[in-house]
Design a binder for this molecule. Structure first.
Ligand code: GLP
Length: 252
């Protein structure tokens, strides 16, 4: 990372490419766990996160980064998938992260459609130190689709048509993906002590610009993050492509 390639404002770090953004997020997660081994992490899925987990697994293998004392709560999960379904977020997390690091199985928490209140209670009891987020093309965070309210908590939601269109590619050919999911709510997410959102690729540019510079409204659920005092955005130059010139040329 060099001064010419990046700039940082209190809330936004723009890196030249996707790989650099993934590495920067992984470094921040690692720093959190090093500073506080008992950290409670809120974890996200999505293709954007694969490189982040890959980097963390590398740090675990090569640099001794340990998750042995950490706890995790995942953001969301599809409804109605059989245990072990390859497209479930449980499978995603196992494949990309949990199977390769030393976080004890008992410390891993995944939301279940039949246990939303219990999930909220467990999060409230521990408190999330660092919540990681991706962003949907429509501004969703977790599966809080447009229309989600500021006071929403873990619950079952309908997936938006644009999310169904975007995520169908993660399911085997010929299989229709679930139309519902269970997700932490906006209020759950905002209860975390710190939040870091990763956005990479041109397809996220509009959602990110609306979230950071548009009105704070349910129509872009990620816009609610601006109500939190400790939010950081990590993105690549493509995802930052529609941010205002003041922001994008701050390093010029
Ligand atoms: C997913 C998840 C979100 C994620 C978003 C973007 O389905 N529910 O938590 O941030 O959609 O995913 P991707 O990184 O694949 O674009």
């Amino acid at each position: 990372m060099t001064a010419e390639q990046t700039y940082e404002t209190p809330d936004c770090l723009i890196l030249p490419d996707r790989r650099a953004a993934e590495a920067a997020l992984a470094e921040r997660i690692a720093a959190q766990v090093c500073a506080k081994p008992h950290s409670v992490l809120g974890l996200a899925t999505g293709n954007s996160m694969i490189g982040v987990y890959h980097a963390l697994v590398g740090m675990h293998r090569n640099d001794g980064l340990s998750f042995a004392k950490a706890t995790s709560f995942n953001l969301d999960e599809y409804c109605g998938l059989l245990a072990g379904h390859p497209s479930s977020f449980a499978s995603f997390m196992r494949e990309h992260f949990f199977a390769h690091v030393d976080m004890p199985r008992d410390s891993v928490h995944l939301p279940r459609e039949d246990a939303c209140a219990e999930y909220e209670a467990a999060i409230a009891e521990k408190g999330i130190d660092l919540q990681i987020l991706g962003i949907g093309r429509n501004g969703h965070i977790g599966f809080n689709e447009p229309g989600a309210t500021l006071t929403s908590r873990t619950r079952v939601v309908d997936l938006a048509p644009e999310t169904l269109a975007a995520n169908q590619r993660d399911f085997p050919a010929g299989e229709t993906m679930p139309s519902h999911a269970v997700t932490m709510g906006i209020a759950t997410i905002l209860s975390a002590r710190k939040i870091l959102l990763l956005a990479t690729g041109e397809a996220k540019a509009k959602a990110l610009a609306d979230a950071l510079e548009g009105p704070i409204k349910p129509r872009n659920p990620a816009s609610f993050l601006r109500l939190h005092p400790k939010v950081g955005i990590v993105c690549d130059s493509e995802a930052a492509g529609l941010l205002s010139s003041t922001r994008t040329h701050a390093d010029a």
